[in-house]
Write a new protein. Structure first.
Length: 224
């Protein structure tokens, strides 16, 4: 069910932009997608980004068909670059909202413009590198990542049956390396893991599992 929902979520993004350009006041609903990633992060990390973000769905199911799937440049995920992006986007957003405050149409327009511009930037980067390049430094995703880093939420257990074929990395929208945590007690806990389950589905040895690490020893090690 989750996978099916994720497949069609991008229509929400397209409907939002199309409607928002005509009736800007509806842009206020974008506040949901700004708050949700951070609200979910303390409990499940970047789960929202990988499962319920409409823009993420657009990148994964539409842009992916045009993306060359190149390696995402490392500097995009560098802490300094991400911090600058958070400060820049939030500063622009805050200044615009101050001028628009009290006018619902004007405030909604601020949301629509930011979503439109950042989506276009994401599309351009996706056509050059990888469809999820934007997500490596998305301001709200970055905040969720920082929170997740402190909490180490929902680790990915990697069993001893892993053969380091790296198919998990090829399937990962963020190009992470779950196989590197093979056999470790703490599992794979990267703060940018989207918890999208694609690596689990792709693993030919069924060595990966999102679960508590206590159950890992009984359910995954049996495949070793």
């Amino acid at each position: 069910m989750r996978k099916r929902i994720r497949l069609y979520l991008f229509w929400i993004l397209l409907a939002f932009l199309a409607t928002g350009l005509v009736y800007p006041a509806v842009g206020i609903i974008a506040l949901t997608c700004m708050i949700a990633p951070v609200a979910v992060a303390p409990f499940r990390g970047r789960y929202w980004c990988g499962n319920y973000c409409p823009r993420g769905s657009f990148y994964d199911h539409v842009l992916v068909k045009l993306s060359p799937q190149r390696k995402i440049p490392a500097f995009f995920s560098h802490t300094v670059f991400r911090a600058v992006m958070v400060l820049f986007i939030m500063s622009v957003f805050t200044v615009q909202m101050i001028y628009a405050w009290g006018d619902w149409a004007a405030m909604g327009k601020v949301f629509v413009q930011i979503i439109l511009i950042t989506t276009i930037v994401g599309i351009v980067l996706g056509l050059i590198y990888h469809q999820r390049t934007w997500c490596s430094f998305c301001p709200m995703g970055t905040l969720a990542s920082w929170i997740s880093r402190r909490k180490k939420t929902l680790p990915l257990a990697v069993g001893n049956s892993c053969v380091s074929c790296k198919l998990c990395t090829k399937a990962c929208p963020m190009q992470l390396e779950p196989y590197a945590a093979k056999g470790t007690d703490e599992g794979f806990c990267h703060s940018d893991c989207l918890k999208c389950n694609r690596c689990v589905e792709r693993c030919p040895k069924q060595a990966l599992q999102f679960d508590n690490l206590t159950s890992k020893k009984t359910s995954i090690s049996a495949n070793a």
